[in-house]
Design a protein around this ligand. Sequence first.
Ligand code: UDX
Ligand code: UDX
Ligand code: ADP
Length: 462
Amino acid sequence: KREFDKKILCIGAGYVGGPTMAVIAHKCPQYKVTIVDINANRIAQWNSDKLPIYEPGLDDVVKAARGKNLFFDTDVKKGIEESDIIFVSVNTPTKTFGAGAGMAADLQYWEKTAREIREYSQSPKIIVEKSTLPVKTAQAMKRILMAGDNPGQFEVLSNPEFLAEGTAISDLENPDRVLIGSMETKSGLKARQELVDVYKNWVPENKIITTNLWSSELSKLVSNAFLAQKISSINAISALCEKTDANISEVAGAVGMDSRLGNKFLNASVGFGGSCFKKDILNLVYLCRYYGLDTVADYWEGVLKINDYQKERFVMNMLGNMFNTLAGKKICILGFAFKANTGDTRESPAIYVARRLLEERAVVNISDPQALENAENDLKDAEGSIFFIKNPYEAAKGCDAIAVMTEWDIYKSLDYENIYKSMSKPAFLFDGRNILHHNKMYEIGFNVFPIGKASLTHFSNE
Ligand code: UDX
Ligand code: UDX
Ligand code: ADP
């Protein structure tokens, strides 16, 4: 039986835990990496040929390491007993009940995990927070771990994950930085070094940065808040561009060339989605209010307000331009994932738009290459006529309008001449991602409504 240098466990086999551990295992054959989850179905999927999440490059990494030094299991107890380092990557959704509902993080899964670790541990362990958590969670975790008659030896580290979905594997293999926070005590620094040594197997040392625990936890929230703020900033300006002769792509291009600002994350859209941005900003806002910093809280809340406004504005634009009635009209939603190259639909703007269109009594055809299963689940309680159709040509057939919600590459090169022919006239195209060639679409015959640019319609002003 082969012996490993270290035994690493990850609790929670989701979008973060799965890819992160797969890359650690792939890069470090000398470690045994086990991922456990209470969801047996999910574990079975991780052990099958059809992984539970779609992520470019993930299949190869998992196949290369699975069964050698990467294992997916449901036995949480055994996993905890035998491990040296435990990553905690369970879900931390926004609370839906009680104090802080709709704002604070729901820590019940996370606290349950802390208690399990305490119960099953018989040797010293390093506990690593991977899930996004409110600041000072590490302290709470340490208190839970140390409570009771026979406190074990635990050191809690914060190691927030910065991967973005759709590029998870390359983000993990080649990160901008790895951040590790610890207590600045002797044992804290020793544990920190142990985790640095894990990452050093493939990440250049100058990209591994260490801070105190609270800075690390806060940096994760702030990184996501800044990224989201950049999108809300450009989306806010897109509204102004639609009222003037300015073009959002030209403005973003000019603004982004300032090296102090940077040209990334300046694509105006129907709004940002994903499991992190909203949740983390709500966390940040909750934290600020808790400490009496209301002006700071209001500032960050504005980022979310603009995002909600952008989604609603998109729907109102559709309604207004389609003669103020959508009842009975057929609308094709192209893309339901919150961004391209993922099947994830959490907080996807498409959910909001689809629900609003259904409220207006439109018939909604939803298409997506990877996210239809999630889409059906997201809309299972929605009333009205909804159809889930993978083939985009089928989905658009007979429709009055197309709304592009996700920037999938395949949507850039569809045969729009044929799509146009198959649609009801006048045919409308609302490009919520600005990925299509708008002049060309106009020439084909569509009435085109981009984000932050003049619309192109065949209607005369009489
Ligand atoms: C984000 C952070 O990027 C990542 O570092 C963190 O670890 C988790 O949260 P993710 O949510 O997976 O990652 O995707 P991201 O690429 O950040 O996109 C978030 C949303 O913003 C998507 O809906 C995307 O379409 C939208 N977006 C992004 C824009 O609307 N415009 C842009 O210019 C960029
Ligand atoms: C600014 C723009 O930078 C410049 O492109 C434009 O043409 C004119 O306005 P200026 O006001 O001269 O230039 O200086 P700038 O370096 O932008 O600083 C503006 C203020 O922001 C200063 O008070 C500066 O101290 C402050 N600042 C800047 C910060 O407080 N923190 C920073 O990180 C950067
Ligand atoms: P993230 O995007 O943060 O990775 P996910 O929801 O995709 O979040 O994944 C979190 C995973 O954690 C889920 O598969 C869930 O079943 C698992 N989980 C939650 N609580 C526990 C627990 N106490 N023990 C093991 N796994 C857990």
